[in-house]
Design a protein around this ligand. Structure first.
Ligand SMILES: [Zn+2]
Length: 142
């Protein structure tokens, strides 16, 4: 383990990975393993928006769009939050969370972070991760 959680996720178990290509990865992360929550991160260590190459910055939109759609499809949540603070880990990453339709008003927006401890459930998180992975698979063309 390094001091950088996003770097450490390179060693995530296959069951925790919902998306991965040469540049980006989206994973269930220990400590943030609330069902429907993921860390979407640049695979190499680079800090903040300024650390991205032009190609990485351009690719981020497409990856984010795909991941958000898959989370919506797999969870039935109408909204997917993207949060990035860069305080604890400056490595470029977003906490991406499903926002269920029945979420209490006090937990909407940034208030969802209040569910981080009480909401942790690794088995349920990995089960939903499998559904998100399936939702990301290319659909057969006819
Ligand atoms: Zn890092």
């Amino acid at each position: 383990m390094s001091a950088c959680l996003p770097c450490d996720l390179e060693q995530a178990d296959a069951a925790a990975i919902v998306y991965r290509d040469d540049t980006w990865s989206c994973d269930v992360a220990a400590g943030y393993d609330v069902p429907g929550w993921y860390i979407l991160r640049l695979r190499r260590h680079a800090e903040g928006w300024a650390g991205l190459s032009a190609a990485e910055a351009a690719g981020f939109g497409g990856v984010s769009q795909q991941v958000a759609a898959a989370i919506r499809d797999a969870t039935g949540s109408p909204t997917v939050y993207f949060m990035s603070f860069g305080e604890n880990y400056p490595h470029f990453h977003f906490l991406v969370t499903a926002r269920p339709s029945d979420l209490a008003p006090e937990h909407r927006g940034a208030g969802i972070l209040g569910l981080r401890e009480a909401g942790r459930d690794l088995p349920a998180s990995l089960a939903i991760a499998a559904d998100v992975r399936d939702a990301l698979l290319p659909q057969p063309t006819t």
